[in-house]
Design a protein around this ligand. Sequence first.
Ligand SMILES: Nc1ncnc2c1ncn2[C@@H]1O[C@H](COP(=O)(O)OP(=O)(O)O)[C@@H](O)[C@H]1O
Ligand SMILES: N[C@@H](CCOP(=O)(O)O)C(=O)O
Length: 314
Amino acid sequence: MAVYTTFDDAALAAFLTQYDIGAALACEGIAEGVENSNYLLDTASGRYILTLYERRVREADLPWFLGYMRHLAARGVVCPTPVAMRDGTLLGRLGGRPAALTTFLPGRPVTVIDAESCHQLGATLARLHAAGGDFSPARENEFGHRAWGSLLDACHGAGDALQAGLTDRVSAAIAAVEAAWPRDLPAGQIHADLFPDNAFFRDGRLSGVIDFYFACTDAFAYDVAICLNAWCFPDEATLDPVLMRAVLAGYESVRPLDAAERGAMLLLCRGAALRFLLTRLYDWVNTPPDAVVTRKDPLAYERRLAAWERRDGL
Ligand SMILES: Nc1ncnc2c1ncn2[C@@H]1O[C@H](COP(=O)(O)OP(=O)(O)O)[C@@H](O)[C@H]1O
Ligand SMILES: N[C@@H](CCOP(=O)(O)O)C(=O)O
């Protein structure tokens, strides 16, 4: 459950007076998600998502995220669009947290990932990369390869309780991937967390993308590698090559990968597995026992890392 911050009716009413959307008819916490507190808000003018930003999201980055979502929406990428207050401001405060309203996207994540959904995902990712091309402010990837060593250190060896020798194994994997990390790949704005729970489908079509709060400026091919990890391991351990080929074919139907990107993909996949292994491990170790959130399994990404390491090529 991801509702960390609550507020009373009076605080919500006061917050909504800044907008032109009417008073709240209903406002319910949303159980899914791990990063922020999300509420489903209904007013006479429609349905919205109310997000209170928590934890990892730096307040100084919020204008970048909200501006990026507006930019993508204006270019035809179906994603939550921040709703402006009467004075044009996108960001307010509620329950002591920075807060914003975005449009509600209908649709649901796929229940069974198949080649068709993977193909659509790949094509959508490539469109998202193209649409971000003229959004010029850069935002560093705070979970890029330079951050991995510090994330592991911040776990203080506690991963060994999950799996014997995990700390040394991950440390060696970071060193190997970092030493060969490719430079100068085509780069721009990437989603960086386009997992199946962040892609909505309606009537068999990918209808929208949510959750842009890890978006950053990095290699496009790395974003593809994140999706290969997130979408192509049906049993959390074994790569399904049919799904992988479908993601790549979907992507390349819109934006062909160049030779350097194709050559680097396997290494980028190992890097992407490490990135989610490390943030999940950090959360596993550092989430207080009374927190109302379901921790995600770090070892599901150790198994993906091992699967990539066993391969000679895609
Ligand atoms: N714009 C939106 N339209 C519809 N549902 C949304 C929207 N944004 C978030 N949600 C719902 O809220 C859940 C959590 O959102 P998400 O952005 O993934 O949270 P977090 O960043 O906290 O992980 C999603 O799984 C979805 O059910
Ligand atoms: N996708 C990440 C965690 C981020 O969660 P989300 O609910 O914001 O997508 C993971 O699976 O580790």
